[in-house]
Design a protein around this ligand. Structure first.
Ligand SMILES: Cc1cc2nc3c(=O)[nH]c(=O)nc-3n(C[C@H](O)[C@H](O)[C@H](O)COP(=O)(O)O)c2cc1C
Length: 194
C-alpha cells in the first residue's frame, strides 16, 4: 500500500473547465510526490462528466488534505457539492477533517461574474470542518501577470478572457496550489508522526 500523502481533489464540472483546473491541481500534487484522489459528485444534469469516482464519506477520513472545485453558479458553488457537504455531519462530529490543509478553485464564464464570492463561500464548510485553508501567495509571479483567472483566494479560470483552455498563468497557478497543499500535508503529517 502507498505511504504517500493523499490529497482529495473533489470537484464538479459540467462543461470541462473546472475539470481542467482539477487536472492541473493534480499535476501539482503529484510533483510534490503526493497522490491525487480525484472525486466528483452525482449531478442533476445529464451532461456532467463522470470520469472520476463519485465521492464517498470515507474519502474524507482517508485523505490528508482536500482541494474543492466548482463552477461559479450565481456566485456560489454548484448545488451537488453543497448537497454533499450536507451529508457530512457525522464526519464533522468526529472531526475527521480537523487540521487537514485545504484550498478551493472555480471556473466562470465572465471576469467579474462572482469568482471571488464563490471561492470565499466554498471555504466556509471547510472552516466549519476545522480545515487549514490555504490560498495563493503573491510570491507566485503569475498572480501579478494573469489577465484572466488566478486569485489569492484560489485557482481559477475565466472562459471569456482565457478561452476554452486554461491560460498558461491559470495553469501554473493551479499547479502551484496543488503543490502547496500537498507540501503542507506532507509537513504536517511528518510533524504528527514524530
Ligand atoms: C446555472 C448556472 C449559473 C452560472 N452562474 C455564473 C455566474 O454567476 N457567473 C459566471 O461568470 N458564470 C456563471 N455560469 C457559467 C459557468 O460558471 C462557466 O461556464 C464555468 O466555466 C463552467 O464550468 P464547467 O465547464 O466546469 O462546468 C453559470 C452557469 C450555469 C449553468
Amino acid at each position: 500500500m502507498s505511504t504517500a500523502v493523499q490529497v482529495l481533489v473533489l470537484y464538479y464540472s459540467r462543461g470541462g473547465s473546472t475539470q481542467q483546473l482539477a487536472d492541473a491541481i493534480a499535476n501539482g500534487i503529484e510533483k510534490a510526490g503526493a497522490e491525487a484522489m480525484m472525486r466528483t459528485v452525482a449531478s442533476d444534469d445529464e451532461a456532467a462528466s463522470a470520469r472520476d469516482l463519485i465521492v464517498a464519506n470515507e474519502d474524507l477520513q482517508q485523505c490528508d488534505a482536500l482541494v474543492l472545485g466548482s463552477p461559479t453558479r450565481f456566485g456560489h458553488m454548484a448545488s451537488g457539492l453543497q448537497r454533499f457537504w450536507e451529508t457530512t455531519s457525522r464526519d464533522w462530529l468526529k472531526g475527521v477533517l480537523v487540521d487537514k490543509p485545504a484550498a478551493v478553485f472555480t471556473s466562470s464564464s465572465s471576469m467579474h461574474g462572482g469568482q471571488e464570492s464563490t471561492l470565499l463561500s466554498m471555504m466556509v464548510p471547510l472552516l466549519h470542518h476545522g480545515m487549514m485553508v490555504l490560498g495563493i501567495p503573491y510570491t507566485e509571479p503569475e498572480l501579478q501577470q494573469t489577465e484572466s483567472g488566478g486569485s489569492p483566494y484560489g485557482a481559477s479560470h475565466v472562459e471569456h478572457a482565457a478561452g476554452p483552455r486554461l491560460s498558461r498563468h491559470e495553469l501554473t497557478l493551479a499547479e502551484q496550489l496543488g503543490y502547496r497543499v500537498a507540501r503542507a500535508a506532507q509537513r504536517y503529517s511528518k510533524e504528527n508522526a514524530s
